[in-house]
Design a protein around this ligand. Structure first.
Ligand SMILES: NC(=O)c1ccc[n+]([C@@H]2O[C@H](COP(=O)([O-])OP(=O)(O)OC[C@H]3O[C@@H](n4cnc5c(N)ncnc54)[C@H](OP(=O)(O)O)[C@@H]3O)[C@@H](O)[C@H]2O)c1
Length: 313
């Protein structure tokens, strides 16, 4: 998406008229017109119109959040990525348009601190991606039985997967209203719509997030804020691939090795139509499209990026 935009001349250059008179450019434009069917000539190319927008991405240093941060930067947005540590992958994106805020988002004050940092550094917030989630510290998912978790486990699961988003929205909405609107994208999970016996606490917290999306979309649409959910299926992120992560836990349960688990056993057990787990970039692309003003009529939606996991729901 960014590559297509980069290939176009900048508006300032166009205004000078110099490029319009350049014979090569005239030739290219004429050639392009020949290729575009007449009924498509008034269609705007897929510029996501995120250039200069200010985005906050929670859990922005790894997996889906890292891919979202990278994509937003490529689209010209200024990004505040929040996580406990920056990590080398995020550090490799360092530049004037990226700020990392080191916070534990389970701390009730942290989401507002992240939003305040965006206002201080870049002047406001247009986009909020509530991506942080998964197992809280000390927990390993999957959990195979409801009885495996006590109240403290449920509370920390809800702190990370639901309350961090509640608090981030509470802090970001006034900033968005000041700027005339904005977009919130909440990263839930397919299990919120199709819960199984595993991970009841996680699915319940994410179901709360999915419901929150719908309620917020109804309240704030008249004021220009759109709120949507993206529900991934199983995604190849550090949550799965880290030592002792989901792949190792499931490999032990299925009596297989982690590579077979990742490439064949899990996709088959989850009936993934595509036969493979989702790439983080494929989730990020949908998040960024929903964050874009080009999705102006999409609000309250729950978009699955799930390799077909939810096809029967
Ligand atoms: N991967 C999947 O299969 C899958 C499927 C469905 C839904 N999802 C959802 O997608 C979202 C992203 O998942 P992922 O797999 O990309 O996760 P991931 O690879 O484990 O990355 C998690 C990110 O959140 C940060 N983080 C974790 N705990 C934090 C805390 N207490 N405070 C601040 N930052 C914290 C991590 O950085 P630090 O560790 O440095 O803090 C990292 O940047 C989650 O909401 C998850 O529930 C994932």
């Amino acid at each position: 998406m960014a590559a297509a935009r980069a290939a176009r001349p900048a508006p300032a250059e166009l205004r000078t008229g110099a490029l319009r008179r350049d014979p090569d450019v005239v030739h290219a434009v004429t050639e392009n017109r020949r290729r575009v069917p007449s009924h498509c000539r008034n269609v705007r190319a897929m510029d996501l119109e995120l250039d200069g927008k200010i985005a906050v991405v929670t859990g922005g240093s790894k997996g889906i959040g890292l891919a979202t941060t990278r994509t937003l930067l490529a689209e010209g947005a200024r990004v505040v990525a929040a996580s406990r540590r920056p990590g080398t992958a995020l550090e490799s994106l360092a530049g004037p348009d990226l700020l990392h805020v080191a916070v534990d988002l389970m701390d009730p004050a942290a989401p507002a601190e992240v939003v305040a940092a965006a206002v201080r550094a870049f002047g406001g917030v247009d986009v909020l991606v509530n991506n942080v989630g998964g197992p809280p510290p000390g927990a390993t998912l999957p959990r195979f039985s409801f009885m495996a978790g006590d109240d403290a486990d449920w509370q920390s699961m809800f702190e990370l997967n639901l309350f961090s988003a509640v608090r981030a929205v509470r802090a970001a909405v006034p900033c968005m209203l000041e700027r005339g609107g904005g977009a919130v994208v909440n990263v839930s999970t397919g299990s919120a719509r199709a819960p199984g016996a595993m991970n009841a606490d996680y699915a319940a917290a994410k179901a709360g997030l999915t419901v929150l999306t719908k309620a917020l979309s109804e309240e704030y649409a008249p004021q220009g804020i759109r709120v949507n959910t993206v529900s991934p299926g199983p995604v190849r992120t550090p949550w799965w691939t880290d030592e002792g992560g989901a792949a190792d836990v499931l490999a032990a349960a299925f009596g297989t090795d982690r590579d077979s688990l990742l490439t064949t056993v899990a996709p088959e057990a989850m009936h993934l139509s595509t036969g493979r787990r989702v790439d983080p970039q494929e989730v990020a692309d949908v998040i960024v499209l929903l964050a874009s003003p080009r999705s102006a009529s999409t609000t309250g939606a729950d978009v699955a990026v799930d390799a077909g996991f939810l096809k029967q729901t």
